[in-house]
Design a binder for this molecule. Structure first.
Ligand code: ATP
Ligand code: MG
Length: 256
């Protein structure tokens, strides 16, 4: 099907078409489409743009990653389908960061598909295709990680992660930066630094900041981040958007 650029939901339709192709190619699973649906709904409520609070969180995330000794970015099928280029930009801007495949519904073929997608856009080394360690406290294959990556990371950037795994990483004393459009998800609530933004936008902004900030300067020193305030700000944004929509007369309520 050809998508018209004039369609008011053009961008969202493009993303949906891309995910549908990713389902066919085996990069993502049907559950991934449902997760995207939940994400889209929250993005809609947030005004489909990066809020000032999310942008601040992204800047602090870049600083934390720069200050980390062993930073890791975890990539699942949806992240590879939606933001592989942005992951590659993050990896180029911070060569120390390890990129690791991390799948909720793991099969060797899918792990390879994620790695292939990343290497096509220039990521040199992808960990986690053949896991070598397990995170305690998680059921079997969801615990699988790479001994050189997430297992030993001090700071984990986990876009679209599951709440259980976020909590398991936190329980091991690892610092978690999440990217999740749902400010109410367990992931957002458990993360040390929850970024409530769409994954390609968030990773793109983090890459911008890493490129701008350059070399690791103050390693070890970490600017504090008020996670509760960030989550409240996201809920406030939703509240304001809803109030604005409710106040508008019916005729003006058409989609942008
Ligand atoms: P949790 O396990 O953290 O409680 P959940 O069970 O509600 O969350 P999951 O399926 O585990 O949801 O994780 C998917 C999460 O990713 C959802 O919270 C959804 O809002 C978010 N999400 C989906 N698509 C995107 C996207 N494109 N950008 C950012 N976040 C997204
Ligand atoms: Mg979940």
């Amino acid at each position: 099907m050809r998508l018209s650029r004039r369609h008011p939901r053009y961008r969202s339709l493009v993303v949906r078409a891309r995910l549908a192709r990713s389902l066919e190619s085996g990069l993502i699973v049907p559950e991934g489409l449902i997760a995207q649906g939940r994400g889209e709904a929250f993005d809609y409520l947030l005004g489909e743009r990066t809020s000032p609070s999310a942008r601040r969180a992204e800047r602090v995330a870049a600083e934390w990653l720069l200050a980390a000794r062993r930073p890791v970015v975890s990539v699942n099928g949806n992240v590879a389908a939606l933001a592989a280029k942005e992951v590659a930009r993050v990896a180029r801007a911070l060569p120390r960061i390890r990129v690791e495949v991390n799948l909720f519904h793991r099969t060797p073929a899918r792990a390879r598909a994620v790695a292939r997608t990343l290497s096509r856009v220039g990521v040199r080394e992808v960990l986690g295709v053949r896991p070598t360690a397990t995170i305690p406290g998680l059921p079997s294959d969801r615990a699988l990680v790479d001994r050189r990556g997430i297992f030993v990371a001090d700071v984990c950037l986990v876009p679209l992660e599951d709440g259980d795994r976020t909590e398991a990483l936190r329980a091991r004393g690892q610092t978690v930066i999440s990217v999740d459009l749902n400010p109410l998800s367990r992931t957002s609530r458990a993360a040390d630094l929850p970024i409530v933004d769409e994954v390609a936008r968030a990773l793109g902004h983090i890459a911008d900041d890493l490129e701008r900030l350059g070399q690791p300067g103050e390693r070890g020193r970490r600017r504090p981040f008020d996670r509760e305030a960030a989550l409240s700000a996201a809920l406030d944004t939703i509240y304001r958007e809803l109030k604005r929509a409710a106040a508008r007369p019916r005729s003006a309520r058409r989609r942008r």
